[in-house]
Design a binder for this molecule. Structure first.
Ligand SMILES: NCc1[nH]cc(CCC(=O)O)c1CC(=O)O
Length: 323
């Protein structure tokens, strides 16, 4: 099935980060689009983002939104590329003027995974010994796990997935917490020892989904991209992103979510936690999926009434001080 396009000779340039995960995701999007539009030529253009270059600083300390997306966005605004494929969780909730979130693809399992050193084979997060060294660079994972497992030692870990795995295997860590989706996409699902249930870890906003960003005035491309949109994932992610946006959090704040869709009902659970895991507010809202963003706002207000703003203000002050 093909649709009419105004310029059949148009070549569409797709921007991607150079990481293995980014390339797998971008090529998957390209293939899906190619199936729907065999007459259009799609090209992949790779770019390095700031987040790919600064590998030695803890991500949480950089605290910058758009670390993995900015160069691609500049490329779109300068007409060097037409759209960019992002891990939706790395895409800030407020996009630059002139750009839009054109489509959200079907989500993989959005949960976090426990990846163990081989000496702990067969164990789960509940059975790991006191002092076990857990690698994570996410404040969200850190805060939630510290709250429930204060007897572990938490250590920052950077680098791409292969680098992190090598550090685990070399014994620098006893376990890592990583997104199930990233491991699956890179063919490493066999390294997932436990999928952490939502009672243990609420995942990041947008985790497991891909977001396609393009110029807001490229209406032709926007309508083409609808072919790879997954409406349920979009509703869930729009609720999650509205929640995060209203709390003014980026991907580097301890905010987690879970969403479910039953019929036309969407249920959104959210958590805001302090980095030390001591303070934690969590609640759930439900309503019609077509009002996804409204639900996100409703939950943000609920959590604010329960002290979420005070928790976040402490974190924002610390980030500004660079501590
Ligand atoms: N911040 C890094 C990042 N961005 C996207 C993914 C992969 C999973 C996804 O699509 O959400 C990961 C790795 C991770 O969190 O383990």
């Amino acid at each position: 099935m093909t649709s009419a396009v105004s310029s059949p000779t148009r070549t569409i340039r797709i921007g991607s980060r150079k990481s293995q995960l980014a390339l797998v995701q971008t090529h998957w999007v390209k293939e899906q689009l190619q199936k729907s539009y065999p007459e259009i030529a799609f090209e992949v253009h790779t770019m390095s983002t700031q987040g790919d270059k600064i590998l030695d600083v803890a991500l949480a300390k950089i605290g910058d939104k758009g670390l993995f997306t900015k160069e691609l966005e500049v490329g779109m605004l300068n007409q060097e590329i037409d759209f960019a494929v992002h891990s939706l969780k790395d895409l800030p909730t407020n996009l630059p003027e002139g750009l839009t979130l054109a489509a959200i693809t079907e989500r993989e399992n959005p949960a976090d995974a426990l990846v163990l050193h081989e000496k702990y084979k067969g164990q789960t997060i509940d059975t790991l010994p006191e002092g076990a060294v857990i690698g994570t660079s996410s404040l969200r994972r850190l805060a939630q796990l510290r709250n429930q497992f204060p007897h572990f030692t938490f250590k920052d870990v950077r680098g791409n997935l292969n680098t992190r795995m090598a550090k685990l295997d070399a014994g620098e860590y006893d376990a890592l917490i990583l997104a199930v989706a990233g491991l699956e996409r890179l063919g490493m699902s066999d390294r997932v020892h436990q999928i952490l249930p939502k009672e243990i870890s609420l995942h990041a906003v947008g985790q497991g989904a891909l977001g396609i960003e393009c110029r807001a005035d490229d209406t032709e491309l926007i309508s083409l991209l609808k072919a790879i949109e997954h409406p349920q994932t979009r509703d869930r992610c729009l609720a999650e992103r509205a929640f995060l946006r209203d709390l003014e959090g980026g991907c580097q704040v301890p905010i987690g979510v879970n969403t479910e869709i039953n019929g036309d009902q969407l249920t959104l659970t959210g958590i805001v936690a302090s980095v030390d895991g001591q303070k934690l507010v969590k609640d759930t809202v439900s309503g019609e999926a077509k009002n996804a963003e409204q639900l996100g706002t409703e939950l943000a207000n609920l959590l604010r009434q329960q002290g979420a703003q005070e928790i976040l203000d402490v974190i924002f002050t610390e980030i500004q001080r660079g501590s």
